[in-house]
Design a protein around this ligand. Structure first.
Ligand code: AMP
Ligand code: MG
Length: 904
């Protein structure tokens, strides 16, 4: 024991000497900027105590060992270097990073002579290798060799000391510097130590210290002793995953030994069976589709089959299938007689009504494509869309006439019977209707370079989509769907046309009903709705309003990730809940999944009819099951491209190289995804700066370029922040000189961006924080201060006081200036529902959602409310029902606690 203490003292003294300081400097440099991506786990990591270990053992054939040894000898490397190089190729593919780090134990090695003492020192070295630049395998072994030799030369610094010196972030629950340990045991012979004999076998610990601990043993007493043993963290990985991983290691080893001069990026991890499963079996979605069928021909057939069935309901109005066909035909004939330009695109800028549906159908029947123009968008943006689309005609209604920019197009109000459109007698023959190759709609979505881009969807894609939806989730003539989505969101296409191609009824909610959870709940009940589709935000709105659910209802939820928490709240409240996934560019939804309650990770399911999905790595190779890659989508849903943007189109739509069929294309989604072992997909987020806020698709780049053009702004960065729970947009502006007029910047944003793209927070910064390599460090941007509340004019009367108090509660602000805009204070449409609820309670009268929008300051809203109070307003049945419900709830509360009234 004395000698041992001496040794420890001596060792510590030695550690602080110049030699160890030099080694520390080496490791500091070697490990700088190490990101250490995870092996993709089957289950999310939870920071808990010890994790159980699992063990998978794969035979390691002698013949393969011999060839690995020969290759090593030829290049003055060791077997260990060859094995770890091959292993790192697999690791790099699994983690999606060319920066790999692996720990390797150096055991039972005599340490350097320390003041005359020789000790046994067990250490762990970190092997970090850069696999970038697509080297050949031999080049890679060369890199590994160089790293190994440098590592050995600096091996005296103990791992513990390295950790305490470099202080890596441990908050993530991961081991420092590496997650994977790799160890080679060559010809394990008993070791003699102090006269005793030890079996030098590393028994995997019962608790997994690392995510994966690999031990390769070679040259054992019998070939059966030789194995690749994977001891893994069983809280993270399934055994099947580890077997697959081990199989990939062996396969890569075979490949690199057979062809050491081949480049590592050319190595295919997958064998034939895996390729077939990923590319063919899980994409076997072929479903016959009549090549002449379009949404128009299908609705017309329905009108012939069930002319008296109700097709569309909106408010008090309703249309039978015969009414709908007649009205669409009227519009179609007249449109077809106009000059629609070579591209035949017709804008539609109308409020939500039954006639909106007829107009859409009429446009399609005229052989034109519809271009949705949201009346809530600023004139500038609408004008851009009309011009860019080359639309020569825009259909609108008298009330919106002033809103619609002409931008070179003829504007026709559908309800203006004096317009020559209506007074000119229609052609005697109806237009032939579209073919499948014709464009059905042109839908503008946010563009990262500053201008929205138009996605062109052909009829074939649209009718294929509808036919697939009619089968699953399913729709039939007895169904009643409640349509809540604005036309400028492609999912409105399902809401309006899926009922019509199946003989069902579509009930169109008005804009303010769609934003009012009470009104929605009332409509769901009174209209006996069986299907409703919405984004997660809208479903949460309903749930937060204590919607009790509806056992007859099929819920379609999509446009943004569905969380487990949301699924678990929805499932018990409905007949069925579906998670729907898809970008606009592949026609509404491309994969779907019925969701059940439980705790397994939410999946986006499998591809719909005639659709292929591929998860590919950066070199466009399919990634193995469980390994994240970018999701690409092929098949009938793929859009024609971006309208008149060949460069953008070529960047995102490419020929499909897989067995799906020659001549087809696939679309690059920008979503990170992976396959689960059962063939269902998991969506893991975005690979770019496209975001979703309350279901709206936004390119942060578009907000940035618009704001960078605002007066006095030199540079702008936009981000989504969740400082107050809900996602909100914030933009950080750097002044060109002096200070920025933030009000002017906001006004500029309002004039050019869709309302949902205008940042809630505008923050002026003298300069932007940068990362070490000079990019904007988005994570380091400061939390926006709550909107300015200086110079608060106090509320002037009771109504103003009540409103100001409610806003302050909902917005989380200490006080609210009476002339400040609700939306500038951080408010948004979903918060308005809370405002509405609270105002209902405190003012004892219903404030319509629309008014909350139209009167966005405390002062204007109070004035409006006080004016309305004197001129008795009609209360709709939905509102009456809602107020009755609230009164009953209040009553229940009161009667439940009759004696507690004085307690406080
Ligand atoms: P959009 O073109 O508006 O339909 O937006 C498409 C994008 O929304 C996709 O690329 C995804 O990033 C996201 N998205 C849509 N549906 C889902 C879903 N069910 N789960 C996760 N992300 C979704
Ligand atoms: Mg979509």
């Amino acid at each position: 024991p004395v000698r041992y203490l001496d040794f420890a003292v001596a060792h510590r003294r030695w550690l602080d000497g110049p030699r160890l300081q030099a080694q520390l400097a080496y490791w500091r440099g070697q490990l700088a900027g190490l990101e250490m991506p995870d092996l993709p786990p089957d289950r999310p990591r939870v920071i808990a105590g010890d994790a159980p270990a699992g063990l998978v053992r794969l035979p390691f054939p002698r013949d393969l060992q011999d060839r690995a040894q020969q290759l090593a000898s030829r290049d003055r490397a060791t077997m260990f270097m060859v094995l770890i190089a091959a292993f790192k190729i697999v690791l790099s593919r699994y983690t999606g990073s060319t920066d790999t780090s692996v720990g390797t134990p150096i055991s039972n090695r005599p340490t350097a002579d320390v003041e005359g003492l020789v000790g046994m020192f067990v250490n762990t070295l970190v092997f970090r290798t850069d696999l970038s630049g697509n080297p050949t395998f031999r080049e890679l072994v060369g890199r590994v060799r160089a790293t190994a030799l440098a590592g050995y030369a600096n091996q005296d610094l103990s791992f513990d000391r390295l950790v305490s010196a470099l202080q890596p972030d441990r908050s993530t629950g991961r081991a420092p510097f590496f997650q994977v340990l790799f160890n080679l045991l060559v010809a394990p012979k008993p070791v003699r130590l102090a006269g005793l004999e030890f079996e030098p076998i590393r028994l995997p610990a019962l608790d997994a210290q690392f995510d994966l601990d690999v031990t390769v043993s070679v040259g054992g007493r019998t070939p059966d002793d030789d194995a690749i043993a994977l001891a893994y963290n069983a809280a993270l990985f399934d055994e099947a995953t580890m077997r697959r991983f081990g199989g990939h290691v062996l396969r890569v080893l075979e490949r690199v030994i057979a062809d050491p001069d081949g480049h590592i990026d050319d190595i295919d991890l997958l064998d034939e069976t895996e390729r077939r499963q990923l590319l063919v079996e899980w994409n076997a979605t072929a479903a016959p589709l009549d090549p002449h069928e379009t949404v128009v021909s299908r609705v017309q057939a329905q009108a012939r089959a069930t002319p008296d069935a109700v097709a569309v309901v909106c408010g008090e109005a309703s249309m039978t299938y015969a009414d709908l066909a007649r009205r669409a035909d009227e519009i179609a004939r007249r449109l077809a007689a106009l000059d629609l330009g070579p591209e035949r695109i017709v804008g539609l800028c109308v409020g939500r009504s039954a006639d909106m549906v007829a107009a859409l159908l009429g446009i399609l029947q005229a052989g034109a494509a519809y271009l949705p123009l949201d009346p809530a968008f600023p004139a500038d943006r609408l004008a851009y869309m009309v011009e860019d689309s080359t639309a020569t005609v825009v259909l609108t209604e008298s009330a919106l006439r002033e809103t619609v920019p002409e931008a070179g197009a003829r504007v026709i109000a559908l309800d203006d019977s004096s317009d020559p459109f209506w007074t000119t007698p229609p052609p005697a023959t109806a237009p032939a209707g579209p073919a499948q190759a014709d464009r059905a709609y042109l839908l503008y979505t946010s563009g990262s370079t500053g201008k929205p881009k138009g996605v062109e969807i052909p009829h074939r894609a649209f009718v294929n989509f509808l036919a697939s939806m009619a089968r699953e989730p399913g729709m039939s003539a007895s169904d009643r769907l409640l349509a809540v989505t604005t036309l400028s969101f492609d999912i409105a296409g399902l809401e309006l046309f899926l009922p019509l191609v199946t003989g069902a009824t579509v009930v169109v909610a008005t804009r303010d009903q769609a934003m009012d959870p009470g009104a929605l709940a009332a409509l769901l009940a009174s209209q006996q709705i069986t299907v409703m589709q919405a984004t997660p935000a809208t479903w949460r709105l309903l749930l937060d309003d204590e919607w009790a659910g509806r056992p007859e209802l099929t819920i379609l939820c999509g446009g943004e990730a569905m969380t487990r928490e949301l699924a678990n709240r929805l499932v018990p409240r409905a007949r069925a809940v579906w998670n729907m996934y898809g970008p606009t560019e592949t026609t509404v939804w491309s994969t779907i999944e019925q969701v059940t309650a439980g705790d397994e990770v939410i999946s986006i399911g499998r591809p719909i009819a005639n659709t292929q999905v591929y998860v590919l790595d950066a070199a466009r190779r399919p990634t193995p099951v469980g390994v994240p890659g970018e999701l690409w989508i092929g098949g009938d849903g793929v859009a024609t491209g971006y309208f008149r943007r060949p460069d953008l189109t070529a960047a995102r739509f490419v020929p499909d190289p897989f067995p799906a069929g020659p001549g087809t294309r696939m679309y690059r989604t920008g979503d990170l995804a992976r396959f689960r072992a059962d063939g269902r997909l998991e969506c893991l987020g975005r690979l770019d700066s496209q975001v979703k806020v309350r279901g709206f698709r936004i390119e942060l780049g578009e907000i940035e370029s618009v704001l960078a053009a605002a007066p006095g702004v030199r540079q702008a960065v936009a981000v989504v922040r969740q400082d107050r729970g809900e996602a909100a947009l914030a933009a950080y502006l750097v002044p060109a000189a002096g200070a920025i007029d933030l009000d002017a910047a906001r006004e500029h944003a309002r004039q050019h961006l869709a309302p949902y793209m205008v940042p809630t927070f505008l923050v002026e910064l003298a300069e932007l924080p940068l990362t070490p390599n000079g990019k904007v460090d988005r994570k380091a941007l400061p939390a926006p201060a709550p909107p300015r509340t200086a110079a608060v004019t106090p509320p002037a009367n009771e109504t103003e006081k009540t409103i100001a108090a409610v806003w302050a509660e909902v917005l989380g602000l200490p006080a609210v200036p009476v002339d400040e805009n609700f939306f500038d204070l951080g408010g948004h449409s979903l918060l308005l529902a809370q405002v509405q609820r609270r105002l209902d309670d405190r003012l004892a009268r219903q404030v319509p959602m629309l008014e909350l929008f139209q009167y966005p300051t405390v002062r204007t809203l109070a004035a409006r409310i006080d004016r309305a109070a004197t001129t008795e307003t009609a209360v709709s049945p939905a509102v009456r029902e809602r107020m009755a419900r609230q009164r009953a709830a209040l009553e229940r509360q009161r009667t439940a606690r009759p004696l507690q009234g004085d307690a406080q």
